[in-house]
Design a protein around this ligand. Sequence first.
Ligand code: ADP
Ligand code: MG
Length: 244
Amino acid sequence: MDREPIIHIENVHKWFGHVHALRGINLDVYKGEVVVIIGPSGSGKSTLLRCINRLEEFDEGKIIVDGIPLDSAENINAVRTEVGMVFQQFNLFPHLTVLENICLAQRIVRKRKKEEAEAIAMELLRKVGIPEKAHNYPAQLSGGQQQRVAIARALAMNPKIMLFDEPTSALDPEMIQEVLDVMLNLAREGMTMVVVSHEIGFARAAAHRAILMDEGQIVEEAPPDILFNNPRHERTRAFLSKVL
Ligand code: ADP
Ligand code: MG
């Protein structure tokens, strides 16, 4: 791994009115690293992810992504094209086919020609295991298949970093593993990933580091085996006793 972090987060604070959602977050993520964030509901996990690509503004502190500080409109746009994000709700356009969903941003943002965008989309649909769904509409797919389309759509932009916010939380249990398998493959290919998920098996298999957030702070971070088997902090133990 490079010594220069690809994501540098320094003393970041975020308020929603009187809610102090992020309370001085410091985090460096290195190229090729997979970081899994766990923690109770409302602890600031989504807010932190959303600050990394500035879907959310932060009030204090500094974030630098791939050498670009998030401090001007131009820089924020540049960073957004490097960071792919996958949400709990897949957010596909219902009136577009799977292929069209994966091509849209490629055409607009990357200015790719139709044929090129479609070739890339088909390659990615093969990668996530559903090339036969190219001409279906999202409503014709299972939740797990829709989430795999959302991953393919993000990958089509050639991101350097992928952020996942509870990507399997909205899925029926039998579809969770197929999405985790796609993510695991991506991790093994060396994608830099920050994943909010309570899928501990995935974290053990894929993560270099696991982080416990609580009340807007990073309470503990360690390799997953240590964090899950032998946590140092009482708050980590208390949380794990609920999810393990
Ligand atoms: P998590 O993802 O860990 O469940 P969030 O980052 O969504 O936590 O939320 C952290 C805190 O910020 C919570 O108290 C939540 O209610 C608050 N919050 C999040 N988004 C907003 C918003 N858009 N407006 C007001 N409060 C928000
Ligand atoms: Mg959340």
